[in-house]
Design a binder for this molecule. Structure first.
Ligand code: NDP
Length: 235
């Protein structure tokens, strides 16, 4: 009998830089993952995958483009067989310095496209096979900007889109309870990236810690939670 542990295939969106790159790198170094670096630019995806090493390859993936999402998942299935782990890390439209009453339709839609509909498209593309396989991990990289327990008047389009991503997490976790697919959201903390800025208090490795922990939960791990620093945080 072959007792070799199954090598999981992990797809990380927005993995060419920032927290996503650190998540991809950490999953590859756990040794039991084949990591797929998703990035809007195929060249950037391949550069990052090459830097990570033989446990990674890159795919072109723009989460706001439905055909790009379907093509990327099909390519992963062709090259690696399946997607076991999805880390919805790609995000943007951090509209700090703006107030809710002044957000245009275009800005609200832009934030929802990248932070809500993008992850939702990814989920729709991978869940049928995860369900059929009876195993999966989905991690939505959200933000404390989207919590109802602590609100402030800043980054409104971003915060609303992350709150919606949190509700999507809860809905999906309820739908998939008992199927072997665990679904969680997390806030990485304030991290030194293009989005977080140079003054943030965490390195990208520290920001990646909770998403990686959620991506590697054991079969009896939690589902339907919102996490920061590996602890439950209020929605
Ligand atoms: P960065 O701005 O440094 O990186 C964002 C990544 O997302 C890039 O790889 C970017 O690709 C990619 N991306 C943006 N739009 C798309 C798209 N349409 N399709 C695919 N990829 C896309 O951000 P961080 O690393 O800081 O953030 C990662 C996640 O963490 C985000 O979801 C963010 O909201 C969340 N977060 C970050 C915090 C922080 O302090 N940094 C705090 C709380 C949450 P490209 O290079 O092509 O632009």
């Amino acid at each position: 009998m072959d007792t070799t542990p199954l090598r999981r295939v992990a797809l990380v969106t927005g993995a060419n830089r920032g927290i996503g790159e650190a998540i991809a790198r950490a999953l590859a170094t756990t040794g039991d993952h084949l990591v797929v670096v998703g990035a809007r630019s195929l060249a950037a995806a391949e550069t990052t995958a090459t830097a990570i090493g033989s446990d990674a390859f890159g795919v072109q993936l723009d989460v706001t483009d439905a055909s790009s999402v379907l093509a990327a998942v099909a390519e992963v299935e062709r090259r690696a067989g399946r997607v076991d782990v999805l880390v919805n890390n790609a995000g943007g439209h951090y509209d700090s310095g703006t107030v809710a009453s002044e957000v245009s339709d275009a800005d609200a839609l832009d934030a929802l496209e990248v932070n809500l509909l993008g992850p939702w498209r990814m989920i729709a593309a991978v869940v049928p096979a995860m369900r059929a396989n009876g195993w999966g991990r989905i991690v939505n990289v959200s933000s404390r900007s989207g919590t109802f327990s602590a609100t402030w008047s800043d980054a409104p389009a971003y915060g609303v889109s992350k709150a919606a991503l949190n509700m999507l997490t809860l809905q999906l976790a309820s739908e998939l309870r008992g199927t072997g697919v665990l679904v969680n959201a997390c806030c990485p903390g304030w991290v030194r990236t293009e989005m977080g800025g140079a003054g943030a208090d965490k390195s990208v490795e520290e920001g990646a810690d909770t998403p990686v922990w959620l991506a590697t939960l054991p079969d009896d791990g939690e589902t339907g939670g919102f996490w920061g620093e590996r602890q439950r945080i209020p929605w």
